[in-house]
Design a protein around this ligand. Sequence first.
Ligand code: HEM
Length: 89
Amino acid sequence: AEISNGAKIFEANCASCHIGGGNILISQKTLKKEALSKYLENYNSDSIEAIIHQVQNGKNAMPAFKGKLSSEEILEVAAYVFQNAEQGW
Ligand code: HEM
């Protein structure tokens, strides 16, 4: 199958900390649906906005990607994370 742009952006920028949708620094704060619902502010399963916000601004030990990734790339990687959260990584 063709690998999406979101997947490539994730591999290059996120997988170092979030391989497989996990979190190597804070183990409970994964990218799985249950963890996003519990820990990510304003997360809901109808919108990728909360993921976009976290990627743009970072949080604690997670770096901000605003200025490093374009808004198009942030949209694509957020959509990729959202879809994988829904599908169970
Ligand atoms: C949390 C996405 C890159 C470290 C999160 C969360 C999301 C996310 C959606 C919220 C998860 C939750 O609260 O359960 C991404 C994406 C990345 C990326 C899409 C790439 C564009 C990174 C990198 C690091 C990192 C490179 C490590 C250097 C963390 C940490 C948290 C976190 C430590 C927990 C923050 C806290 O609440 O204290 N990430 N991340 N992330 N991420 Fe990332």
